[in-house]
Write a protein that binds this ligand. Sequence first.
Ligand SMILES: [Cu+2]
Length: 116
Amino acid sequence: MGAQWMLAPFLALLLVAANADVAAQEKVIPVTAERFKFTPGVIEVKVGVPVVLELTTLDRKHGFQVPDLKIDETIEPGRVTHVRIVPDKAGTYDFHCTVFCGSGHEEMAGQIVVSP
Ligand SMILES: [Cu+2]
């Protein structure tokens, strides 16, 4: 014991800072799901700019599917589902809930708009 133990807390701090830095480079877009909508309903991103969707639910289990981007996730209560997107083509991509959640389930949908 001695100098090594004194250094340990500093090393830990440096690692945390490094991780925060990496995360800060990617734009995080929080998206909430609830009966029977997603907020925001329109997610705007840009070609070539990676984003991380941070999906959470306010009530029960829902799904998040974007067929054209091959994304198919579930959103569980108490959990955060991360979806990383690197848009490579401009366009409008529809998404919808895939877990039946009640009378408005069919309308639970939105769009990812990728601009050039
Ligand atoms: Cu739903």
